[in-house]
Ligand binder design. Structure first.
Ligand code: SAJ
Length: 412
């Protein structure tokens, strides 16, 4: 059968490749014409290891095509963004728009999977929307006697930077509006998933995904709080954590300049939104991780006081190592704050994965992009923000005589 994947981003496109390279006819759908054009030509509009070769292979095999129009299909996978709004609620408008595109194509019998990370109750909402838009069909809990639709949630859980591997090897949770929906939806993932496929109800699937990212957020917050305590007590947090982690039941994560990306800093809020009175720990973790970039900027600003006309090298802008993704990156927020507070400061930014500064930084007159080696050579202060391999491989002798602020513990 044919699978239509709505949304050709970091999740939709790799999923399209995973299916298409195994012989499934896949139509990738996106509202962005440039994205559709790129994919139709076998190209990838963003960097993710091994994805480009997969897309060009699947397109030349003829199993992957791209369109701005949702076609008829046997299964639909919704992989559109669910960003959060200022009030920390999820913006479900892209999901709603996808459902409106899908509804007129349905004949009965189709599988509709929501992959986008969504607040509790969202899959149920999708099935209600379908019920509203197509009263002639039965999205699994309407009146009997109508042709069935099979609605399920299968949250993505791949790690950016390792998507193509984790897409195949990770276990998958598939939660259906009914058990039959879960079973049907699982059949799509069996095509490429070598991990276990765990069948459950839609609400448990939604919550399990949010719990995974909240778990990580809380644990990173613990590490970040330890870094603040260690600074206060004049201890090396990396040494403390390394020692503690020798205990067989302790595994403290790594402190850093803050938590970026579009998942870990967002998803915990969906749990808070669902149970506002019962989430003090999850909120505290969010607050600690969100305050870390400001703390780093403040500390850096203190360090500049001992120089007359200091130059600062800021290494890294991405939200984590070895990827080009700047979304919600603490590094960008930190450089922005420093440049704003000290407009006279000479700031050199090195980011091997980008060729132009993001608008939020280029709008400051005092920030320029430079290769790492020369940025360091010109600098009085070196601020390491991202643990890219590229920076780890730089010779330590370059740092001699400079004030070093290493937020990732790379040079300790
Ligand atoms: N970070 C730390 N210390 C750590 C680990 C991470 O400061 O010990 C920071 C990173 O530098 C980064 C942020 O946290 O700024 C998030 O990075 P990440 O690698 O932990 O996670 P993401 O956002 O790239 O991907 C997560 C993954 N979730 C989990 O590991 C539980 C991924 O599997 C999910 O699919 C993804 O969210 C998603 O899309 O939800």
């Amino acid at each position: 059968g044919r699978v239509a994947i709505i949304g050709l981003g970091y999740i939709g496109l790799p999923t399209a490749v995973a299916l298409a390279t195994r012989g499934v006819e896949v139509v990738g759908v996106d509202v962005n014409e440039d994205t559709v054009k790129a994919v139709a030509n076998g190209q990838v509009p963003f960097i993710e290891p091994d994805l480009a070769v997969g897309v060009s292979g699947a397109v030349s095999m003829g199993s992957l095509t791209a369109s701005t129009v949702t076609p008829e299909a046997d299964a639909f996978i919704i992989a559109v963004p669910t960003p959060f709004l200022d009030n920390h609620e999820a913006d479900m408008s892209y999901v709603r728009a996808a459902v409106e595109q899908i509804a007129p194509r349905l004949r009965g019998g189709e599988i509709i999977v929501l992959e986008s990370t969504s607040p509790p109750g969202s899959t149920e909402n999708v099935s209600r929307w379908l019920e509203e838009l197509r009263p002639d069909l039965n999205p699994a809990h309407a009146s009997e006697g109508l042709p069935d639709l099979h609605v399920a949630h299968c949250p993505e859980r791949v790690l950016p930077g390792k998507i193509m591997i984790e897409m195949i090897t990770n276990d998958r949770v598939v939660g259906g509006i009914t058990q039959e929906c879960a079973r049907k939806a699982a059949s799509i993932y069996r095509v490429f998933c070598l991990g276990e496929i765990l069948l459950t109800d839609a609400a448990s699937a939604e919550m399990s995904k949010l719990v995974e990212n909240a778990y990580r957020d809380v644990n990173i917050a613990f590490a970040n709080e330890l870094s603040l305590i260690s600074e206060d007590l004049n201890l090396d947090v990396w040494e403390v954590i390394k020692l503690a982690n020798h205990h067989p039941r302790v595994n403290v994560l790594t402190p850093g300049p803050g938590v970026g990306g579009h998942c870990i800093a967002v998803d915990p809020w969906f749990i808070v939104g669902a149970s506002p009175e019962l989430t003090p720990l999850i909120r505290a973790a969010r607050a600690i991780n969100d305050s870390k970039p400001h703390h780093v900027a403040e500390q850096l600003i203190v360090k500049t006081a001992r120089f007359r006309e200091p130059t600062v090298a800021c290494l890294g802008l991405a939200y984590k190592p070895n990827i080009d993704d700047l979304r919600e990156s603490p590094a960008v927020a930190i450089v922005d704050e420093i440049a704003r507070v000290l407009p006279e400061l000479d700031i050199r930014v090195a980011e091997p994965f980008v060729h132009v500064l993001p608008q939020s930084l280029s709008s400051h007159g005092n920030v320029q992009l430079q290769p790492a080696a020369s940025a360091i050579a010109d600098a009085d202060i070196v601020l390491l923000l991202v643990d890219h391999d590229h920076f780890k491989s730089l010779s330590r002798s370059r740092l001699e005589g400079k004030v070093v602020y290493d937020t990732r513990g790379v040079w300790r």
